[in-house]
Design a protein around this ligand. Structure first.
Ligand code: ACO
Length: 383
């Protein structure tokens, strides 16, 4: 009998690769993209520049930035067959299922599908970043029975997304808020979806196959789907005065409070801190009654959770907790939160594939077999 090895369930604490793309410091609550702090990028950069930084490993000069932006703008249109499938699916399926199918369909339009050269891969990632945002917006419109809005080249990437979703050109504040969310969701080291993207990429399948895997993985409520689930919880709480009882009862019933806890951060997620700050600023910007109520619920839930689980168990708010009230302040419904996560995270997923294919190695971990061996086969008519 083989001796049972040490098993790291969920690969907790296991290094699977080295990377120069981002660093998550879970003990001190810090995050860097290519060495730049997330606070600096959130305050001073934009999603296009952050995507360039993640993909190429440096900030672009003016010419490089214009060229990158031109490609992003030129590729925003969604092929009409894909739009038709989105239209058919969107009324009955969750937007994440629609995103997953549409991303997979994009492979049909790539004449150079299996080219894995660095430049070719970066080019495909730019196409995906550009189109996934339009696909998310189209999904949001079709699910409400509204018409597709074609992209507008006068708008930046995330402002165009909001315009294609709502049909309204965003104000400067709205543009900053949606772009902030795109930046904060763009990359986060070897999280579950990025890891799954890399597993698929490591088989030398194409980038669309890897992206489709990533979307499937991001959907789950323990990962990207937590943003939608956290909003649903706040809506179920209904009134700020119900918050404490709701949370206490949920914890008593051994339920998880969505938007709290993280495999790596054992302190406050720095991205959640940034969202919280912008959300508090929004309170001085004539918010709707709904947003005011959601923020009050969120703040009371945060206080109680930190008292109960923060200091003693290391369970603090993560990026998904305050996203709900912030997106609602932009008029975005809960089911669209995770698709926005997809559209943003494409930059990180793509950057990791580019890096991994530099030195590809098939992922193939081991599993300790704990079942019987040499069981005698009994034919069907004798069982
Ligand atoms: N609410 C209540 N208790 C929690 C929570 C939570 N949100 N998160 C963890 N715990 C508790 C667990 O019940 C467990 O308690 P126990 O030791 O008494 O059994 C302990 O904390 C450790 O939990 P694990 O699941 O083992 O820790 P892990 O590192 O695997 O969890 C995870 C990370 C999955 C994110 C977890 O914190 C969770 O389920 N959070 C809610 C979902 C969520 O917000 N996900 C988004 C993460 S950020 C992102 O992916 C974008």
């Amino acid at each position: 009998m083989t001796e049972k090895p040490v098993i790291n369930f969920g690969l907790e604490g296991i290094y699977v690769d080295e990377s120069a793309i981002s660093k998550v410091d879970g003990q001190n609550g810090k995050l860097w993209y290519r060495g730049y702090t997330i606070e600096d990028l959130a305050a001073n950069s934009d999603f296009e520049e952050v995507s360039y930084l993640l993909l190429y490993g440096k900030l672009p000069n003016k010419t490089e930035f214009e060229e990158f932006n031109r490609k992003l703008k030129d590729r925003r249109e969604v092929p009409k067959e894909v739009l038709e499938v989105i239209r058919q699916m969107a009324r009955t399926s969750h937007p994440m299922d629609v995103m997953r199918t549409a991303a997979s369909m994009l492979a049909m339009y790539d004449k150079d599908l299996n080219n894995k050269d660095r430049e070719a891969t970066i080019d495909k990632v730019i196409t995906l970043i550009s189109k996934l945002s339009s696909i998310a917006a189209a999904t949001g419109r079709f699910r409400e029975g509204r018409d597709y809005i074609p992209p507008d080249k006068t708008l930046g990437h995330s402002a165009n997304f909001l315009y294609m979703l709502t049909g309204k050109k965003p104000s400067k504040t709205e543009e900053k808020l949606i772009d902030l969310m795109f930046i904060l969701h763009a990359e986060h080291s070897t999280n579950a979806s990025t890891f799954s993207v890399l597993v698929t990429a490591s088989t030398l399948a194409d980038i669309y196959a890897a992206t489709t895997t990533g979307i499937g993985t991001l959907k789950g409520p323990l990962h990207g789907g937590a943003d939608e689930a956290a909003l649903k919880m706040m809506q179920a709480i209904g009134h700020p005065d119900n918050t404490e009882k709701y949370i206490e009862d949920a914890l008593e019933g051994k339920q998880r409070i969505m938007g709290f806890g993280h495999r790596v951060y054992k302190v406050y997620d720095p991205r959640a801190k940034i969202v919280r700050k912008y959300l508090e600023d929004q309170m001085n910007n004539n918010p709707t009654e709904e947003v005011k109520k959601l923020l009050q619920i969120a703040l009371r839930a945060e206080k109680l959770m930190i008292e109960k689980l923060g200091k003693n168990k290391g369970i603090w708010p993560n990026i998904d907790f305050f996203s709900g009230p912030l997106y609602r302040s932009l008029g975005i419904e809960g089911e669209m939160f995770t698709p926005i996560f997809v559209a943003s995270r494409m930059s990180g997923w793509g950057s990791h594939v580019v890096e991994y294919w530099n030195n590809n190695k098939l992922f193939r971990p081991l599993e300790f077999y704990n079942g019987p061996l040499d069981v005698p086969y009994v034919p069907l008519n004798k069982r």
